[in-house]
Design a protein around this ligand. Sequence first.
Ligand code: PNS
Length: 181
Amino acid sequence: MNKGIAIYPGSFDPPTNGHLDLIQRGSKMFEELVVAVLRNSEKSPMFSLAERLEMLRQITSDLSNVRIDTFDGLMVEYAKSIDAMCVLRGIRAISDYEYELQMALMNRKLEPSLETVFMMPAVKYSYVSSRLVREVAQAGGPVSELVPEAVEQKVREKLDPAYKLRETNVIEVPKRRKKKA
Ligand code: PNS
């Protein structure tokens, strides 16, 4: 184990199996891993910041050296404020590399003492991204193999508000009848 704090920054909208895989790997490498969710993302997210924090806390509850936090502004400034020595980022395929390299070099320019460490998630998650999870879910497709169970639940609730009430037996929601031809 590497002594010190590492930061795993991102949008996590929503967290995927690939993210969790990387968090698990990172938690074995560093004394403490801080998963840091960007607060001021320009994109209009599917999940609010609070929802993303809740999902991340749920799926990492068994990892004692993982902490979930938020940050705003420059990532390197936040990393400095928590004494992080490393930034952890995942690379799934060569297509990620260009953007990640650019970001890592810009971060190095901004803060030369902060190293970026790239890790690959398990190959079975190499095609999984938050963007595709949102797209598949919004089009009514299954995401159970792409995200942790707790996240899948939240995705269902988000897209079908009646789901939660039905699951908790608060209301009895009639199933849709097929229209007669
Ligand atoms: O999950 P994402 O959207 O790929 O994460 C990107 C993120 C949040 C790591 C990146 O946009 C970031 O660090 N933003 C904070 C602002 C910053 O420091 N920008 C300079 C980095 S080149």
